[in-house]
Design a protein around this ligand. Structure first.
Ligand code: BG6
Length: 479
């Protein structure tokens, strides 16, 4: 169990956003119910809507009751929580609202001393992040201003910028106001139990790591598939597309966790050094290699979704063959496939090992049928299976694939925290291991920018809803 965080104020920009309603407030509410928040804390919602503190509390309560009826919400628990909720209206591009926020925080300070520690959460579109950070600095609320002492931290939601250039600009602006140790670039995948377990699986066991390299591994596949479309997020998705929404962050972070070297120790920076080195080693894309390395797709009917342009060229699917050009992984393909409106919702990593040098039990090609695999189901099931060949009972020697399986559900009784519970606590405690460092965010954008540049304005290939993606995907496997 983590130590209780310091007393603090949590200031949420984009307090009326979908993310705040679906993830942040429920997580904070549950942390409060479980007694994981500090003794003394306040949550200050910041938004453009004109709301009183009371009005804001009702909005939060109504959304939570509607979206999460299963969370315990009796009057007394909610009243206790809502007494900690406040609201400040801020027009993000003017200076006035930030001064009002300053004033609210000073009021809090007079009442309870919790202005000392401030955790800012930017749940806003990427273009607003630099505006807000400058606004905070202008009102003397940055880390380097130090009003009323204590710490200042900032969590920035993904996507962090739109490309390498805007990410660098944002890093520059944030760097003027906060030190890197106080910046928490969030990717909620890093808060998933099964994602954190990748490192434990690799580095706490002696039997896998000696084989975890190009001498023994034939390929790695990473799948992040969803069986639903963009839901009501057209405005965001038309700007982002799959490459920015999933590849730049979740997918490349999974790839880094699978491919990283053992860190010198288990500190945030040592772990992040190794992930950064992987991302730096990923081969970038060019007009020469793009044709057999990248397939982008768009599900049929995407252009008729509400608020989507009828001519949209935005990709909702990507299958990409990555190479990590380092000593351990040279020439081992990492096939990463992700998309909306695919046949099922699953996130999975499959490590496929090379066949034995000689196949005694059938033609050489039949080995792939029983090839050893480590199959990590990140979700919805939380399992790891090891696949190997076994003799089918009977007179003849016939090999069949069989599986040894570990399941979180049956092996443990403890309930895990959801990513937002965990990552909010981590940020309050100043624990950065599961947040993206400045260098990694830039390396990831360099990779995604190279894909976008290499693909140019090409139209994504169409694929039917609830299928495996466009047929053209085969091209990245065969060439
Ligand atoms: C978000 C993306 O970061 O992750 C969404 O913006 C995606 O498009 C979601 O659906 C998937 O997260 P999870 O945890 O439900 O797999």
């Amino acid at each position: 169990m983590q130590v209780k965080p310091d007393n603090c104020s949590i200031i949420i920009f984009g307090a009326n956003s979908d993310l705040a309603a679906r993830k942040l407030f429920p997580a904070l509410y549950e942390l409060a119910l479980w007694g994981n928040l500090p003794e003394n804390y306040r949550i200050i919602g910041v938004g453009r809507a004109d709301l009183s503190h009371e009005g804001f509390r009702s909005v939060v309560q109504e959304k939570m009751a509607r979206l999460f009826p299963e969370i315990r919400q009796d009057e007394s628990s909610f009243t206790l929580f809502s007494g900690r909720l406040f609201y400040v209206r801020v027009d993000l591009s003017g200076a006035e609202g930030y001064h009002a926020l300053h004033h609210e925080l000073m009021d809090v300070s007079r009442e309870s001393g919790i202005c000392k520690n401030l955790l800012f959460y930017l749940s806003t579109p990427p273009s607003l992040a630099p505006v807000i950070v400058r606004g905070l600095a202008g009102a003397g609320l940055g880390e380097k201003d130090g009003i009323c002492g204590g710490w200042r931290k900032i969590i920035v939601e993904k996507p962090y910028g739109r490309n390498l250039q805007t990410a660098r600009e944002l890093n520059g602006v944030i760097g003027e106001v906060f030190s890197e140790k106080s910046v928490f670039r969030i990717d909620h995948y890093l808060g998933k139990e099964t994602v954190q377990n990748i490192m434990v699986f690799r580095f706490s066991n002696g039997i896998f790591e000696p084989l975890w390299n190009r001498n023994h591994i034939a390929n790695v596949t990473i799948t992040i598939a969803e069986d639903f479309g963009i839901r009501d997020r057209a405005a965001y998705y038309e700007e982002a597309g799959l490459l920015r929404d999933i590849m730049q962050n979740h997918a490349l972070q999974l790839l880094a966790a699978v491919a990283m070297e053992p860190p010198v120790d288990f500190s945030a920076d040592a772990v992040r050094d190794e992930k950064a080195k992987v991302l730096r080693s990923v081969r970038t894309f060019t007009s020469e290699n793009v044709a057999h390395s990248v397939v982008l797709g768009q599900y049929e009917g995407y252009r008729s979704e509400k608020n989507v342009s009828p001519e949209s060229r935005v990709e909702t699917f990507g299958a990409i063959k990555f190479f990590v050009d380092n000593w351990r992984w040279m020439d081992v393909p990492f096939f990463v496939k992700a998309g909306k409106n695919l046949a099922e919702t699953v996130t999975e990593i499959v490590i496929t090992f090379k066949c034995p040098p000689k196949n005694y039990f059938g033609p050489a090609e039949s080995c792939s049928y029983t090839a050893n695999q480590v199959i990590m189901r990140i979700q919805p099931e939380e399992t790891i299976a090891i696949k190997f060949g076994a003799k089918r009972p009977g007179e003849a020697i016939i090999t069949d694939p069989v599986y040894m399986r570990f399941d979180y559900k049956t092996s443990f009784t403890e309930a895990g925290l959801t990513p937002y519970h965990r990552l909010l606590l981590d940020a309050m405690a100043g624990e950065q291991m599961n947040f993206i460092r400045q260098d990694s965010v830039e390396y990831s954008w360099a990779i995604v920018d190279s894909i976008r540049d290499a693909v140019g304005g090409q139209l994504p290939d169409a694929y039917p809803v609830h299928s495996a993606g466009p047929e053209s995907v085969e091209r990245i496997y065969s060439l």
